[in-house]
Design a protein around this ligand. Structure first.
Ligand code: SAH
Length: 231
């Protein structure tokens, strides 16, 4: 199987790249797609840094599918905690993903609902979720399984955190997951999102983020590597 692995930022992919035997690097959308194998894994890997935000992430998924024919997509990265049980350093495995910033409520629609689409909640693949759970178990990090909410904004305001929590009840928020999930849904390609928490998505989250995001990115990368070695 060929697995696409997407991180938004260099820090989210470098520790995976370090363990990769890269056979070729191809460029598309101005991005480097690393093709090869990961240590201890039988699968073909295409690793890429998409850039930050939903448009960059969705476009990158389309390239992974159209040019590199990936059979599955794994999104790796960091995120801000929304659920009170979630702490910095914890791992989140997605069960589904939603766009928390999609809003046509002025027309009577529910928040986050994309009018005229069959679904606005994009379900992750059960087999990939189980593989991620087994990897986290093998390493022993605190883990939560549930919803991820994405939007084109860094959440650092308690009111915005509260709004997202109340309306969507996600475990965490970030800026790419739902776009990746959405693109995978339209292409009928299985996905899972694996994030490590870098901040608390409220006052001080900018300071948390700067302090912890590198470390959290490495933790998330370790899960991916273990997961692929076991798959
Ligand atoms: N100038 C910063 C911008 C990072 S944006 C930089 O270049 O490092 C934050 C990134 O981490 C996004 O990719 C997003 O997916 C994730 N993230 C972590 N905490 C977040 C939060 N509280 N709100 C939204 N995204 C968050």
């Amino acid at each position: 199987m060929t697995v696409g692995i997407i991180g938004a930022m260099e820090e989210e992919i470098t520790n995976i790249l370090e363990d990769m035997n890269v056979l070729t690097t191809k460029n598309a959308l101005g991005l480097d797609f690393y093709l090869g194998k990961l240590n201890d894994s039988a699968h073909n890997i295409v690793l890429v840094r998409s850039g930050i935000g939903k448009v960059n992430a969705a476009l990158c998924v389309q390239v992974l599918i159209d040019l590199f024919a990936v059979d599955a997509v794994i999104n790796v990265g960091v995120a801000g905690a929304i659920d009170k049980r979630v702490k910095i350093g914890d791992i989140i495995i997605s069960t589904d993903a939603v766009h928390h910033d999609f809003d046509t409520t002025a027309l009577g629609d529910e928040p986050g609902v994309i009018s005229r689409m069959e679904s606005s909640v994009f379900r992750a693949d059960d087999a990939l979720i189980s593989a991620a759970e087994r990897a986290v178990e093998a390493i022993g990090f605190p883990v939560h399984k549930g919803r991820i909410a994405s939007g084109d904004q860094f959440v650092s305001d308690p009111e915005q955190k509260d709004r997202i929590g109340r309306l969507f009840a996600p475990l965490c928020c970030e800026m790419e997951g739902a776009a990746i999930a959405h693109a995978c849904y339209l292409n009928m390609v299985p996905f899972v999102i694996i994030r490590a928490i870098s901040d608390n998505a409220e006052e001080g989250s900018n300071v948390n983020y700067e302090r912890f995001f590198r470390e959290s990115a490495v933790i998330a990368g370790r899960i991916i590597k273990t997961m692929l070695a076991q798959m």
